[in-house]
Design a protein around this ligand. Structure first.
Ligand code: GTR
Length: 411
């Protein structure tokens, strides 16, 4: 009887495929009344709002819909950036007139040779805008940052300049005709358990009509992406209907929640977003609900933690989050050396979003099996697993640029 006695912590993690217990995924097309969705109209009007609400209630918390009074100020323009390839702009977004300290600093690169408004990739960065590219005109973020290269005691130093450049191939993106916009996620909420106390969740609670505990850090980061989109929609260099969200890891989770929350985003790219992102929660492999809600309690609604050891009771799983992106193009990417993110769980999640894409006559992963490394597969939902570790690489970007090339149009 028996088997090994596992400690509570060991029970929270599983990295053996043979030890994945059986699980059942909810059917995204099954409505609250037991009937099955058969049309895109039913999905849009009944089922989509219902599933979105389940994610608000159980996973990410409520997404505030009250509009703030935003203003924008361009603080820096360089029309000869990247040897003349691009115009670099730095824009401060004042998220609410009544509190000028609620700010976002957007860093933009726009291709100079464009003949009109360009499609643009929008993504948050981990360590401040100065880490994206080594350019002394970019101020070093003064905010709290998680541990990383050039970060000392949670503050970015000059040594962090350009430290993330390999994850942001700005030159390639611009040369292919796309714009890029990025900002530091920690500006709206420091990524730590008590970050909400000084972040937007406290600061704008009266303006947004929401109490801090009603949403989550993931919610605020997603909300900030939507505010960046508000700005981008009125920037004459950007095509407002072709803003592509991209996010890596925890920022991939936020990108997916933003894409689900705001249909103005044209496309979403999840790079190794893992647990609480693209990976299935009911599949007990890699990081689990138990681990993530213990280590990062602030990322999700407090309700999510109540499922830590009872994922069977969760009324949703992450394939339904991906389905909320439909019919927009969606890219889910994994890395073989990143089992913590559960590549197979990410693939199965993308695959199980298929019935919703089908309602719109769009083909996702079809009946593809789990692919081998460096073999991207799928149409409107595309997936790859590459060799290597948890990261964003040139290989990943090449796939995203090709995917964008299929689904966007350059001016
Ligand atoms: C890990 C976390 C993952 C992932 C990752 C990251 O510590 O367990 O869910 O988000 O951080 O963001 O790099």
């Amino acid at each position: 009887l028996g088997g090994p006695v596992l400690t509570a912590q060991q029970k929270e993690v599983n990295l053996s495929e043979a030890n994945v217990p059986a699980y059942t995924l909810p059917d995204p097309l099954r409505m609250a009344n037991g009937k099955t969705v058969t049309t895109a109209k039913q999905w849009r009007e009944v089922q989509r709002p219902y599933i979105y609400h389940l994610f608000e209630t159980n996973v990410y918390g409520r997404f505030p819909r009250t509009r703030t009074q935003m203003t924008y100020k361009t603080t820096h323009t360089d029309v000869q950036a990247l040897d003349g390839l691009a115009t670099c702009k730095q824009v401060t977004l004042y998220l609410e007139q009544a509190d000028t300290s609620a700010q976002l600093h957007l860093l933009l690169y726009l291709p100079n040779k464009a003949r009109g408004r360009v499609p643009l990739f929008l993504g948050m960065n981990f360590y401040g805008n100065q880490s994206v590219i080594n350019d002394p005109s970019i101020p070093i973020t003064p905010g709290y940052t998680v541990t990383g290269p050039g970060i000392v005691d949670h503050r970015a130093t000059a040594a962090s300049r350009g430290s993330q450049a390999s994850q942001w191939p700005v030159r390639d993106i611009v040369s292919r005709g796309y714009g890029l916009a990025t900002f530091f996620y920690g500006e709206v909420e420091a990524d730590k358990a008590d970050g909400w106390e000084t972040g937007i969740r406290s600061r704008l609670k009266d303006v947004l009509h929401i109490q801090p505990h009603e949403w989550s850090a993931m919610g605020v980061w997603a909300w900030a992406l939507c505010r960046a989109l508000d700005y981008l929609q009125q920037d004459p260099a950007v095509d407002p209907r072709q803003v592509i969200l991209i996010g890596h890891s925890r920022l991939g989770k936020a990108a997916l929640w933003a894409g689900a929350s705001d249909p103005r985003f044209a496309m979403v790219i999840s790079n190794e977003s893992g647990e609480g992102g693209a990976a299935l929660s009911k599949r007990w492999y890699g990081e689990t609900v138990a681990v993530i809600t213990r280590v990062f309690p602030h990322w999700f609604s407090p309700v999510y933690k109540t499922y830590a050891h009872n994922t069977d009771a969760l009324p949703v799983d992450q394939h339904m989050l991906l389905a909320l992106i439909a019919p927009r193009p969606l890219y889910v990417a994994s890395a073989a050396g990143d089992q913590w993110s559960d590549p197979k769980g990410e693939f199965l999640s993308a695959k199980n979003a298929e019935p919703v894409y089908r309602l719109f006559g769009k083909r996702g992963l079809g009946n593809a099996g789990f692919p081998s490394v460096q073999r991207p597969t799928g149409e409107f939902v595309r997936y790859h697993i590459r060799s290597g570790k948890h990261d964003v690489t040139a290989y990943d970007w090449e796939q995203y640029l090709q995917f964008a090339g299929k689904h966007c149009s350059l001016p």
